[in-house]
Design a protein around this ligand. Structure first.
Ligand code: CP
Ligand code: NVA
Length: 337
């Protein structure tokens, strides 16, 4: 017979979730740097547990409401958040904001004061980072960054979960990102630093990651034994790497630069020749969607080293762990009577 947990019992929470859960309950995730190294490790640990035994958490967020406002298109992020909350017993409400930016019809502060009366968590995909941080400042419930121009923290959680599955640990791992120093790159650098990995970014001149995020990642890496290294030569970047990651050359919101960027990023394409410089056991990673035969060739994306669909699957497991932590949910296999 399924074990029934007491929803409100702190003892239950303590016995079923990793220790930093109390410090994460009610918190926001605007940036990977919002969490301490221990807190990140706790989310990762829970993500693996949730993936291994989803039934244990089937009703952990019974009747909790999650609202999602997206100013940009999404396949993975939207559907993995929806499947995550649905399979924890809660419910998702999706609001398409692609035609009207958040804050235009009503101030973010007023939106927050409404939303917190109805829902337990707010998930935002925006252009400006400030739209997310401002909502987080005003809302009393947790706010999660589902991608802005600056960061994509939920992607980084799933990506390093995938690395842990493949390599056991990210500590000491040689992780290389090749391409645009964009939102995904920023969160990956911070995440690599949190977990003590050695992160190299190979990007064209003028497309390196932002200096303040590089400095932030280096400060974290100094504490964890990791490192952050910026280079411009793609071969130097990937040589000896355990994991090679790339993303599109032109992110959402920068579409007007496609023609200008294409020739600049051509030498950074991840193809079989470039992969040959990595360690023989190296994995290839991409957040998706990929522009096939632009930043990565079909042969690499569909090849034996590619783990891109594991990453996509792990978006759901990692976000389940994140929601459990932020909403204070405890393992519970059965619905309340
Ligand atoms: N990787 C990712 O965030 O995909 P979507 O843009 O489809 O959500
Ligand atoms: N850097 C890409 C990631 C998409 C998931 C973008 O922002 O469009």
């Amino acid at each position: 017979m399924a074990k029934t947990y007491n929803w409100n019992s702190p003892e239950t929470a303590a016995s079923t979730l990793p220790s930093p859960v109390e410090s994460l309950a009610g918190r926001d995730l605007c940036s990977i740097a919002d969490f301490s190294t221990d807190e990140i490790a706790a989310v990762m640990k829970l993500a693996h547990e949730v993936k291994a035994d989803p039934g244990k958490y089937r009703w952990a967020l019974d009747a909790k409401q999650m609202v999602m406002f997206f100013e940009k298109a999404s396949l993975r992020t939207r559907l993995t958040f929806e499947t995550a909350i649905n399979t924890l017993g809660g419910n998702a409400i999706f609001v398409d904001q692609t035609q009207s930016p958040l804050g235009e019809r009503e101030s973010l502060a007023d939106m927050a004061r409404n939303l917190e009366r109805w829902v337990s968590v707010i998930v935002l995909r925006t252009y400006a980072r400030e739209t997310i941080t401002e909502m987080a400042q005003y809302a009393t419930c947790p706010v999660i960054n589902a991608l802005s121009d600056l960061e994509h923290p939920c992607q980084a959680l799933a990506d390093f979960m995938t690395i842990e599955e493949r390599f056991g640990t990210a500590k000491g791992l040689k992780f290389t990102y090749v391409g645009d120093g964009n939102n995904v790159c920023h969160s990956l650098m911070l995440m690599a630093a949190q977990l003590g990995a050695h992160c190299t970014v190979g990007s064209p001149k003028n497309y390196a990651p932002k200096a303040d995020i590089v400095a932030q990642a280096r400060a974290i890496a100094n504490e964890t034994g990791g490192s952050i290294n910026l280079v411009s030569d793609p071969v130097v970047a990937v040589t000896g790497a355990d994991a090679i990651y790339t993303d599109v050359c032109t992110s959402m919101g920068f579409e007007h630069e496609v023609t200008k960027r294409a020739p600049i990023f051509k030498p950074y394409q991840v193809n079989e020749q470039l992969m040959a410089h990595a360690a023989p056991h190296a994995v290839f990673m991409h957040c998706l969607p990929a522009h096939r035969n632009a930043e990565v060739t079909d042969a690499v994306l569909d090849g034996p080293q590619s783990v891109v669909f594991d990453q996509a699957e792990n978006r759901m497991h990692a976000q389940k762990a994140l929601l459990l932590m932020l909403l204070g949910g405890t393992a519970r296999e059965t619905a309340r009577q």
